[in-house]
Design a protein around this ligand. Structure first.
Ligand SMILES: Cc1ncc(COP(=O)(O)O)c(C=O)c1O
Length: 381
């Protein structure tokens, strides 16, 4: 590489910018679904930073890791399908776009209608916009979708795809996947489950009897998406899209004759192999036990946060289902409260459908962060 005398200056400026960037470790980032990656994930990422996972001929080990990861995750979510039943993505948005593209290519009928509860993530609106589909949203009043109402909508709108969520963005709701799967099977509709946020929490909380619903490949489920860059402690971008059947992957692979491998699968061309190395090593070496402990820690801390918020005057607090707590003040509009918290250096997100603010207990959040936050909130109120 060419020597460049400006590197030292570039580093100086970069460090200046880094020091102005909020860090997760001080507990000020309480609303975003991001976290600081695990050191094993960072090291794995850096080792394979030069790799392109769309080229499993040159970067063979990355191809092997991707296959093993997909196979292991499919088993974890109760799918017997082989190593080929899925692919890595840049995150929940790309997974939703790809799932819908797959649905379109395998089940589409004339009207291109997609059905979803109104609690779905905005990336589904985006996916429908890109793919020219009509998205019909079922009003839910921020509750899991009612399967009998969903069936009425199915009869009326004849969708080719249904999308439900395991861990909704604003409130952490889990739609009834098993029952919706039965409907999808009965009416021959593609069912995608968006578990971008909840996928690495729900199975563990369910196992411990803390939830009534699980996320699995129940009959009728065609695909499930999970994000490792949310609760899997890997660097951004790290998403996974799993399919119930190998035939679905084939619908989103395109010939790329000029390459050694000969085809590109998914939305991107060049894809980050480093993300695969990070997800693979976390799943393989820290694994299920680690994620289980983490899910329980986040859940317990969300219960603690809920109790602490309930102690404050004039707050309406929604009981957490997953480690997400929404609250609002009875007199102060949530946008104003958000602004006041921002001025104190706290980054919360909004839950507009509940006119409240959202705290997400991500892996980096500790009890001492919550205690300090409650103190600040008390002062503001
Ligand atoms: C349920 C759900 N799906 C999809 C996404 C989009 O994920 P990403 O930001 O990784 O594209 C999010 C993001 O918060 C989400 O909560």
């Amino acid at each position: 590489m060419l020597e460049n005398p400006n590197i030292a200056e570039a580093l100086r400026i970069l460090i200046e910018k880094y020091l102005k960037t909020p860090r997760h470790s001080n507990g000020s980032i309480l609303g975003s679904m991001t976290t600081y990656p695990h050191r094993l994930a960072i090291y794995s990422y850096l080792l394979f930073i030069h790799t392109n996972s769309s080229d499993p001929v040159i970067f063979k080990e990355i191809g092997v890791m991707e296959g093993e990861l997909i196979r292991d995750l499919n088993r974890f979510y109760g799918n017997k399908c082989s190593m080929q039943c899925g692919l890595t993505t840049s995150g929940g948005t790309e997974s939703n776009i790809l799932a819908l593209l797959t649905a379109l290519k395998s089940k589409s009928s004339g009207d291109r209608v997609v059905l979803a509860p109104d609690t779905i993530h905005v990336s589904v609106d985006k996916a429908c916009d890109i793919l020219g589909c009509r998205l019909v949203k079922i009003p839910t009043q921020n509750l899991p979708v009612d399967p009998s109402i969903l069936e009425d909508y199915v009869k009326k709108y004849k969708p080719f795809a249904i999308i439900v969520t395991a861990g909704t963005t604003e409130r952490g709701l889990i739609d009834p996947i098993k029952e919706v799967g039965e409907l999808a099977e009965q009416y021959n509709i593609y069912l995608h489950v968006d578990a971008a946020y909840g996928g690495l929490i729900i199975p563990f909380l369910y196992k411990h009897g803390l939830l009534n619903d699980d996320v699995r490949f129940y009959t009728g489920v065609s695909s499930i998406s999970i994000d490792f860059h949310k609760n899997g402690l890997t660097p951004i971008p790290s998403g996974i899209l799993l399919f119930s059947d190998e035939k679905y992957v084939d619908t989103i692979c395109y010939p790329a004759k000029y390459t050694l491998h000969g085809e590109y699968c998914g939305l991107l061309g060049t894809r980050p192999g480093a993300s695969i190395a990070a997800m693979w090593s976390m799943w393989r070496f820290l694994g299920i036990d680690y994620y289980e402990k983490l899910a329980l820690k986040m859940f317990n801390l969300s219960r603690y946060t809920y109790r602490r918020l309930l102690e404050l005057n004039d707050l309406l607090v929604y009981e957490p289902i997953l480690p997400i707590i929404v609250f609002r003040h009875r007199k102060i509009p949530y946008n104003i409260l958000l602004e006041k918290l921002l001025n104190k250096g706290y980054y919360l997100y909004k839950a507009p459908s509940l006119r409240g603010l959202r705290i997400v207990i991500m892996p980096h959040v500790e009890k001492r962060h919550i205690d300090k936050f409650i103190q600040t909130l008390e002062t503001i109120l």
